[in-house]
Design a protein around this ligand. Sequence first.
Ligand SMILES: [Zn+2]
Length: 168
Amino acid sequence: MVNPLFHTYITAPWKIEYVKRKKDPNQCVLCAIAQKTPGVVTWEVFRDDLIMVLLNRFPYNPGHLLVSPLEHYENYELVPPELVSHLALVLQRGIKLLKQTHQPAAFNIGLNLGNIAGASIKHLHWHLVPRYLGDLNFMEILETRVLVETLEQTMSKLRQQTSILQTK
Ligand SMILES: [Zn+2]
């Protein structure tokens, strides 16, 4: 039996699912999650009236979070100032949360704006990626992802501490 703790993406089977999906230009996966559309798989950690925090289904590392406004914005410059501030605050809380649950050595926080920058989903979302000592070895040498915990385990850890994300 394959040990679920050690999952590699070397064949990237999920890309088939992505490539074969119905290409509805109006379909936005983050809007579908925000609107709680039935049948849409979501790994939601937290939401308030403005934002949602999701576990990335295809994480770079355990605890890789996505922070996104509930409302569909594609251009960062069009996001109202209150929402910009709130997103920044939730990212700050996300760091605090991951320090509690995963004790990472460092973080990458990223916003990819546009296809060329690596954005596969137009709906704005920040990547909050915890970094662990030695995680570069797996990715740069083996060109594979080895996760030391399952999404379920990550979710369980995060769900116990979501009060950290509450800003109101
Ligand atoms: Zn959207």
